[in-house]
Design a protein around this ligand. Structure first.
Ligand code: FES
Length: 124
């Protein structure tokens, strides 16, 4: 049912935990299943230098969050905002269609954390 990459990120998730000195944090719930995800990001000079997540989500939620955190690390805030759940699922060699909704959790949590960062650091 799951690709090798999904299983790898599920069994060895990258960037799990919390950041004590986060620049922004976001917590979101998945409307379809009720699972929850928290994302902390650290931003320096518009670059995401660190990111950690915690989730009560399923295997697909853990794997997509792990992959998404790897994909936004080192990116600018606007590049990270442009990352879609579809791109993350593709990077994992796909997800079963019934599990696509799980990948939305990571995308929404990243957006919530970045919006929190932008609110705390208004430009100009
Ligand atoms: Fe809830 Fe996958 S079933 S995130």
């Amino acid at each position: 049912m799951y690709s090798d990459k999904v299983m790898d990120h599920f069994e060895n998730p990258r960037n799990v935990g919390e950041l004590a000195d986060a620049s922004g944090s976001g917590t979101v719930g998945n409307a379809k299943c009720g699972d929850i995800m928290k994302m902390d990001i650290k931003v320096e000079d518009d670059i995401i230098t660190d990111v950690k997540f915690k989730t009560f989500g399923c295997c697909a939620a853990v794997a997509t969050s792990s992959m998404a955190t790897e994909m936004i690390k080192g990116k600018t805030v606007s590049d990270a905002l442009a990352l879609t759940n579809r791109a993350v699922a593709e990077a994992l060699d796909g997800l079963p269609p019934v599990k696509m909704h799980c990948s939305i959790l990571a995308e929404e949590a990243i957006h919530a954390a970045l919006e929190d960062y932008q609110k705390k650091h208004p430009q100009g």
